[in-house]
Design a protein around this ligand. Structure first.
Ligand code: ATP
Length: 352
């Protein structure tokens, strides 16, 4: 199978349904051979964006380019993309081989060649020898792999995946997402992946585009989004975070000294200026020590033992903090007064 990876560009794309604007002014680029995820809460416009790329919806204004070619008004069947749907959309009465060969035959490839290619497609996704089985004779994860093979054998410039794991149970979801990522890296195809699951997005993506209310809230690599969230929304949406008010006291080179409820701490500066700001504090970046008095005092209000860690909530004058503590040997009972401390990692100024 040859790779035919194309780029994707949206230029100032807007999409309205009647008087409701679902996508405001979307500009984005997907580099060839990368996997980019559209991530965001329900209703933020992920599916509409993917459907416009597939040609199933047309923008109200703006342009869409695939591999440098303007496809804005082209119908779905004239675009060089294939889509993997949530529901797999396999033909139930056809075996896996015929399901994979179907698109190839419809596009005019002779039956023998189509079936040869389909066999190779099944091999690629680890289903060699399963071509004779009907969808109902395969597990959910295997059906999803048939759907991926069916899209891949068409050698599209871009593979579109619409919540491809949502019908799988949690354990299988983890395995299949690893397989999809491994396949994408091996074959180097361009993929646009839609999900509302943060962990899934972090695990599979080169770049994540976080959407909110029809706009891009932030775009970056998984690490950039996690370590340098641009807003409280991103801080809490990518991983979990306590958003805590702080005062940036001093900035020196790459470091900033901040004061949180009277406790001073040094964090990466990331362009922050002295003055009031907010910190994203990961639950695992907080330490708790029993103490009657402290610079940053708190009181445990809730504790839950979860095997390899304890989850706490602590009340402070800056609000309730959520804490994940790996030291399970020394549980702190609700009511305990504690000194709240901060570790060196897992704390970021939220750029304003
Ligand atoms: P989910 O995760 O729930 O699938 P999403 O982020 O994919 O959400 P979209 O399906 O893109 O969201 O929908 C974005 C907004 O556009 C929503 O408010 C939705 O109600 C609206 N919308 C989508 N399709 C239509 C349509 N055909 N007519 C009217 N409104 C629509």
């Amino acid at each position: 199978m040859t790779t035919n990876a194309g780029s994707v560009t949206f230029q100032n794309v807007r999409k309205s349904f009647g008087s409701f604007t679902a996508i405001h002014d979307l500009s984005l680029t997907v580099e060839p051979g990368t996997l980019v995820t559209l991530l965001g809460p329900s209703g933020c416009g992920k599916t509409t964006t993917l459907r416009m790329l597939a040609g199933l919806e047309h923008p109200t204004s703006g342009r869409i380019l695939i591999g440098g070619k303007d496809v804005t008004m082209l119908p779905a069947n004239e675009r060089d993309v294939s889509m993997v749907f949530q529901s797999y959309a396999l033909f139930p009465h056809m075996n896996s081989l015929d399901n994979v060969a179907y698109g190839l035959e419809s596009s005019g490839l002779p039956r023998r060649q189509a079936r040869q290619k389909a066999e190779h497609g099944l091999e690629l996704v680890g289903l060699a020898g399963m071509g004779g089985r009907l969808p109902a004779e395969l597990s959910g994860g295997q059906q999803q792999r048939v759907a991926v093979a069916r899209a891949l054998v068409l050698e599209p410039q871009v593979l579109l995946l619409d919540e491809p794991l949502s019908n799988l149970d949690a354990r299988l979801r983890r395995r299949v997402r690893t397989e999809i990522r491994e396949l994408q890296q091996r074959l180097q195809f361009t993929a646009v992946y839609v999900t509302h699951d943060q962990d899934e997005a972090l695990a599979v993506s080169d770049q994540i585009i976080v959407m909110k209310d029809g706009e891009i809230a932030q775009q970056g690599s998984p690490r950039e989004l996690y370590e340098a969230p641009a807003s409280p929304f991103i801080a809490d949406f990518i991983g979990e975070a306590n958003v805590v008010p702080c005062e940036v006291i001093d900035v020196s080179g790459n470091e900033a000294t901040v004061s949180i409820e009277g406790l001073q701490h040094i964090v990466p500066a990331r362009g922050a200026r002295p003055g009031r700001n907010q910190l994203a504090v990961r639950p695992s970046a907080i330490t708790l020590e029993p103490a009657e008095t402290a610079a940053f005092p708190g009181r445990i209000s809730h504790a839950a033992y979860l095997g390899d860690h304890i989850e706490y909530e602590a009340e402070t004058s800056g609000g309730t903090l959520f804490i994940v503590d790996p030291s399970v040997d020394r549980p702190l009972a609700p009511g305990t007064r504690v000194a709240i401390g901060l570790k060196n990692r897992g704390i970021a100024i939220i750029a304003q």
